[in-house]
Design a protein around this ligand. Structure first.
Ligand code: XIL
Length: 348
């Protein structure tokens, strides 16, 4: 019998997992209820699934996740209202069905911009009004900063400039209410780099501009030795000093570097020494989170256990032979505890 992971951090922050609807029954659901007190949809609440066609909404999967959270009294993160990825094309087509990004006429570009912002407002309003009583934290925009710094040149940015960010937060605030917690989420925004500087400056400018942001999400798709605990500490402090809440939103510690070699093809092939290294990494991370628990309100893993992780797709994609297994979490593919679990629990 192992102790519930979330109980250890009861006085510090919530412990979450990303889920797909099929994981809400059977053993995965039991593990979810026992070890986690917070959930987020791995895919089901993204624009592509909620709004596949103009004027058509698909709520079934998202509703299942919301209902599971309610039934089990779990904290619910909404991921994500606005993103450049996993969104249907119709958002970015003009009335004639032409891609807005290709328009050259300035007048027509301005019309397109207004049309896109209207569609976004409409979309956010519809989603937020449906779920506002159930959602505890909203990822309002995701990954708006480019890896090399500067704003990401997404369709959103090409068509509206930075207006979409501002309008997204204002619309979310308008319909979710004053008490709603609104986040700007990104990856590598704790890594000491141009991206972090630009992300920080963007958030600071938006706040100075009166844009209603309550918190920063650090996705934290990280590796055994990267980024350092020191730079992670620094980043959490920087965002906290802006008066913002910090959440760790998509934590997974890959056993590979980047790009992933995918050299281990099955769980059994992964050496114990690597799982030990991973445990040390998790120990250092959770010590940091606990030390900074005034700044951090939630730590969410991007999955429940090693049997279901998006990192497997990446290991397969980059390995060269189409095969590869990653193992980023505290529980193995059979939901047994790993060395990482004991490290997180302060037992090793
Ligand atoms: C990933 C999901 O895990 C995959 O199932 C899907 O195919 C692609 O998206 N950053 C994010 C998440 O903000 O939404 C991504 O989730 C992982 C990277």
């Amino acid at each position: 019998d192992v102790a519930p992971m979330d109980e250890r951090f009861e006085d510090s922050f919530g412990i979450g997992a990303a889920v797909e609807p099929f994981q809400l029954e059977g053993e995965s659901a039991e593990v979810l209820k026992y070890h986690y007190n917070s959930i987020v949809a791995e895919n089901a609440m993204k624009p592509l699934y909620i709004a596949p066609e103009e004027g058509e909404y698909f709520w079934e999967d998202a509703d299942q996740i919301v209902n599971f959270a309610k039934e089990n009294d779990m904290y619910l993160r909404y991921h994500t209202l606005v993103w450049h990825s996993q969104i249907a094309d119709w958002f970015f087509l003009d009335e004639e069905g032409n891609p807005m990004v290709e328009e050259e006429d300035p007048e027509k570009r301005e019309e397109n911009k207004q049309l896109l912002l209207d569609r976004m407002r409409d979309y956010i309003k519809t989603v937020v009004l449906r779920y506002k009583d159930d959602v505890d934290a909203w990822d309002v925009v995701n990954e708006v900063v480019d890896d090399g710094g500067g704003l990401r040149e997404s369709a959103w940015y090409q068509i509206t400039g930075t207006d979409y960010i501002k309008v997204a937060f204002e619309t979310a605030r308008e319909y979710a209410g004053e008490d709603a917690m609104l986040y700007i989420n990104d990856y590598n925004n704790e890594v000491d780099s141009v991206k972090r500087d630009d992300f920080y400056n963007l958030v600071k400018e938006l706040l100075e501009d009166g844009v209603p942001i309550d918190g920063v999400g650090l996705q934290s798709h990280i590796q055994l030795n990267w980024p350092s605990i020191e730079e992670t500490r620094e980043a959490i402090q920087m965002y906290s000093d802006l008066g913002l809440d910090v959440q760790i939103t998509e934590l997974d510690v890959s056993i590979y570097g980047w790009p992933p070699s995918g050299e281990y093809k099955t769980e059994d092939e992964i050496p114990d020494s690597i799982l030990e290294e991973q445990a040390n990494r998790y120990r250092d991370l959770f010590s940091l989170y606990e030390e900074m628990d005034d700044a951090i309100s939630n730590v969410t893993f991007w999955g429940i256990a090693d049997n279901h992780t998006w990192l497997d797709d990446r290991a397969k994609e980059y390995s060269g032979d189409g095969r590869g297994k990653d193992a980023p979490f505290a529980f193995d593919t059979q939901y047994n505890v790993k060395p990482a679990y004991f490290a997180i629990m302060g037992l090793k």
